[in-house]
Design a protein around this ligand. Structure first.
Ligand code: ATP
Ligand code: MG
Length: 870
């Protein structure tokens, strides 16, 4: 079976067993503060598992794009070096929400891999949780009994808490799990060491392929476990590992998932897979990372300097670096792999095909920027090594190495390699100290202490904020959170008019009130799909009935900006073309920001057109046509613009103003006229092929206009209310330039007179014409005259030594004509030695030098010293 067929067979099998098959959710997570990327098939189901979202289908199955490069699950360092961990991989999974449990899950898994895929049971091992004294839990005999139906006793192994008790995070749903391991060694090896001894021992041929998690507990903040009301089955099978097993290979990279890509890399980099281990590692790294990079960009996460964007940037750089160091790639090449990736994965993930024009230039420009970094880093490193050599040292400071990595982004292992090759070492202790210091600063900044939820009453939360800004409500639950020394409360309400931050729109603020008491809601966030109100103070009587009220003015400003974002999006597509696609947006009460794909700067004329078209649509006062529950297929048929990489349910909300139709969950004005007007205030680039527009609306647009008007009025006043202001300013500029020129002429004349005056004072000093200058002189004049003297005395020995003062400050200066310099005299050296006498410092060139000082009493001595040296 091909990889493609295997993926399909899993989904078909699960469908036949009554599972609803759903598409993969995006790999990039935008509205969960605890996760940047999907790292397991269960992530998209967190809301249901936690009981926040309703169960729509009790059985679902999918193939989910996962990424394990940060946080709790981080396999990055393994990738490339081993043959079965990837950064991005596909996880095949099936779920039961309160439906079948242990027996059903194990039976399905068995039937699929043994009856359907025909994996030989003698190569299979299952693990069960052995129990844990500290948790007060016994062995998972229930799971073991089910396994005993299928496997002999010596193929059922006990596993410890580390391997066989799965937890989503520090708190939340968790439970024991059973893993299925496959032994794919040769018969000869199996005879020598039985597979059961190699399970969970990091043996590359005895690997875990499927994990079946039985979620039956909820972990509370104090560490204790309580039983879960609705038990959940959560399974995850590594697709690439399964393919390798079915195709009888020893490595994931030997399957048709990776072989075409490895061949392409070989062709581009002029190397061959399977010849040398070092090259193989690099080729595996690249074959793996290109998937992560391309899928991340497709899902809307561009490489950048912070958070999730930085994770992607680091992965891209890791690929470039392996190419650079082990395959000799000095030029950008990753972007050339995109067509191959699309050929391999485009059918299963059509979003990749649609985003090709975006992915390629982003990767290319990132690669080129990093190659420049590498060049710069090597230059810096060369200098560090040269300095060390001069100082007769063989150790480079750990702090310098850290700076190279941290400030310049130069990879540590490359630094180490180059140092080693050149016979240098670095001080690891210093390095670790610098690293630890930085880390602890980061930890402090991010530390968050979550308390347990205090349940006031059971029930579901309902959002009514599209229609109402004020509503009677009750507290369902609350908890205390402390972060950065501050403590606040998260509160969940039975009914809420507060919009929780999502889709780039900031959360609402407002208050809860009961009788004469008021409590501020300072922000509203979404956590696993649940609107959570952030409050600094909690009412004493949490059981009271409150009035929840949104800050209406602020909400109106936000709505104006959000609706204007849609209008601008539409206008951009009209003016620039259909290739314009939303890449990000941020909507606050102050302004709106909209990122979109476009491959060059938007010209001022185009911007003006966009703004004009947008304002026309605003003045048409188009009414909001909102439909909250449109089937997604129908919405797309209507021409609604949807975001790539966004997670949508089956039913979507459609927001329509005349020709602008979008899928959107945000807050909007009832008709476009309420926006008043929109003004674009900035257009910039955010990444290769992506532009950003910032704009203001309504009162802020008025303020912008008033600001400009006030400035204009101010200018008019400055120019005596000239009827033609532009002409007046031009005249002023011209006059100013004329005056400047005149002053320059005067200065030149003055310095020329000064020069002639100096020449007149020259006396014979041996064969030198010498001017000794004392008393009050402007040092500016002395410095200014020297080049003129230089031009005049090209073949006469002429010198000036000055020990003068100006406004109470001493200055010394020396001028030497060229013949004196040729003799070996040096003005700079003379000044250096005489400057001490006036408590000063300075220097210059062999033909002229000056120094300022603090002690005018030293001037005589300085003069003597200068003359003596001359
Ligand atoms: P391992 O111990 O091999 O790292 P795991 O215990 O981290 O695996 P789970 O978190 O249980 O794995 O994930 C479920 C399945 O996903 C695993 O059985 C495996 O087949 C697959 N898997 C996990 N991590 C990776 C990875 N980095 N690359 C490819 N497949 C993976
Ligand atoms: Mg793992």
């Amino acid at each position: 079976m091909t990889a493609q067929e295997i993926r399909q067979s899993f989904l078909d099998f699960m469908a036949q067993k009554g599972h609803q098959v759903v598409p993969s959710a995006p790999m990039v997570i935008k509205d969960d503060p605890t996760l940047m990327f999907t790292n397991a098939g269960m992530n998209p189901w967190k809301g249901i598992i936690l009981g926040n979202d309703p169960i729509k289908y009790p059985r679902v199955a999918d193939s989910q794009k996962c990424l394990r490069v940060s946080g709790k699950h981080n396999d990055l360092e393994e990738v490339g070096h081993d043959t079965y961990h990837h950064t991005m991989f596909e996880m095949l999974g099936n779920w039961s929400f309160g439906d079948y449990f242990k027996e059903g899950a194990i039976d399905f898994a068995w039937e699929y891999i043994v009856d359907v895929l025909k994996i030989d049971p003698k190569n299979l091992y299952a693990t069960v949780f052995e129990g844990s004294k500290e948790e007060g839990l016994g062995r998972d005999d229930e799971a073991a009994a089910v396994w005993a139906k299928h496997l002999p006793a010596d193929h059922i192994l006990n596993g410890n808490k580390h391997d066989n008790f799965w937890e989503m995070g520090d708190t939340g749903p968790c439970g024991p799990c059973s893993e299925i391991h496959v032994d794919s060694r040769s018969e000869e090896e199996k005879a020598k060491v039985p597979g059961r001894e190699l399970v969970n021992k990091d043996h590359p041929q005895v690997i875990e392929i499927w994990n079946i998690v039985f979620m039956q507990f909820n972990r509370k903040a104090d560490g204790s476990l309580e039983p879960l009301a609705k038990k959940v089955i959560d399974t995850g099978m590594g697709f690439e590992r399964l393919v390798r097993t079915i195709q009888g290979k020893q490595s994931n990279y030997d399957t048709d998932v990776f072989q075409p890509m490895l061949a392409k890399i070989g062709e581009l980099c002029n190397c061959k897979y399977g010849v040398e281990e070092k090259t193989d590692v690099a080729m595996r790294v690249i074959a793996d990372h290109i998937r992560t990079i391309a899928f991340a960009i497709t899902d809307g996460q561009l490489p950048s300097n912070e958070k999730a964007g930085y994770v992607i940037r680091r992965i891209l750089r890791r690929a470039v670096r392996y190419g650079y160091t082990f395959l000799g790639m000095r030029e950008a090449f990753l972007y050339k792999l995109v067509p191959q990736l699309i050929a391999d994965m485009g059918v299963a993930y059509p979003e990749l095909v649609k985003q090709q024009a975006q992915i390629t230039p982003v990767i290319k420009s990132e690669e080129e920027a990093f190659l420049r970094t590498l060049d710069k880093g090597i230059t810096l490193l060369d200098k560090l090594m040269a300095d060390a050599r001069n100082a007769k040292k063989t150790e480079i400071s750990g702090v310098d190495v850290f700076t190279l990595k941290d400030t310049y982004g130069f990879p540590l292992d490359l630094t180490e390699l180059i140092l080693r090759e050149n016979g240098f070492t670095t001080n690891e202790e210093e390095y670790n100290k610098a690293l630890e210091h930085q880390k602890s600063m980061g930890r402090e900044a991010n530390k968050q202490d979550l308390g347990d939820w205090n349940v006031v009453r059971e029930g579901d939360t309902e959002f009514v904020g599209y229609d109402e800004l004020e509503v009677e409500t009750q507290i369902l639950r609350y908890r205390q959170v402390s972060q950065k020394g501050k403590s606040f409360y998260q509160v969940v309400l039975s009914k809420t008019p507060f919009y929780a931050e999502m889709g780039g729109e900031v959360g609402d603020t407002g208050k809860l009130s009961v009788e004469s008491l008021e409590f501020r809601v300072i922000d509203t966030k979404r956590e696993n799909g649940l609107p959570v109100h952030i409050m600094t103070e909690l009412p004493e009587n949490v059981e009271a009935t409150f009035v929840a009220k949104v800050d209406a003015e602020r909400r109106q400003a936000i709505s104006c900006n959000h609706s204007a974002t849609h209008i601008i999006h539409y206008a951009l597509r009209q003016v620039l073309g259909e290739h314009v696609e939303q890449k990000g947006s941020f909507v606050s009460p102050e302004s709106l920001r909209f990122d979109f794909s476009h491959f060059q700067k938007v010209s001022p004329e185009e911007l003006r057109k966009v703004e004009q078209l947008a304002n026309q649509l605003i003045r048409q006062d188009l009414h909001l046509e909102e439909s909250r529950h449109t089937p997604i297929a129908k919405a797309k048929e209507m021409g609604a613009m949807a975001l790539f990489g966004e997670k949508y349910g089956d039913d979507v909300r459609v927001i329509k103003y005349g020709p602008s139709i979008e899928l959107c969950g945000g807050c909007h004005v009832s008709s476009t006229g309420r926006i008043g007007s929109v003004r674009i205030i900035m257009e910039t680039s955010v990444a290769a092929g992506i532009r950003r527009i910032e704009a203001v609306t309504a009162a802020k647009a008025d303020e912008l206009y008033y600001g400009a008007q006030d400035m204009l009025n101010g200018l008019k006043t400055l120019f005596n209310n000239a009827p033609d202001l532009m002409a007046a300013i031009h005249k002023f500029i011209d006059e100013n330039a004329g005056l400047k020129k005149q002053i320059e002429n005067f200065m030149a004349e003055k310095i020329e007179r000064y020069r002639d005056d100096l020449i007149g004072r020259a006396e014979d000093f041996g064969d030198i014409k010498l001017v000794r200058l004392t008393g009050e002189h402007n040092p500016e004049m002395i410095r200014g005259v020297m080049p003129l003297l230089r031009g005049k005395f090209t073949d006469v020995k002429f010198a000036v030594v000055a020990a003068t003062q100006f406004e109470g400050k001493p200055t010394i200066a020396v001028f030497l004509s060229q013949p004196l310099v040729d003799e070996g005299k040096n003005a700079g050296a003379m000044i250096k030695s005489a400057a001490k006498l006036i408590q000063g410092g300075g220097g210059g060139q062999p033909w002229m030098a000056t120094a300022g000082g603090r002690d005018v009493n030293g001037l005589n001595a300085a003069m003597e010293e200068l003359v003596k040296m001359l």
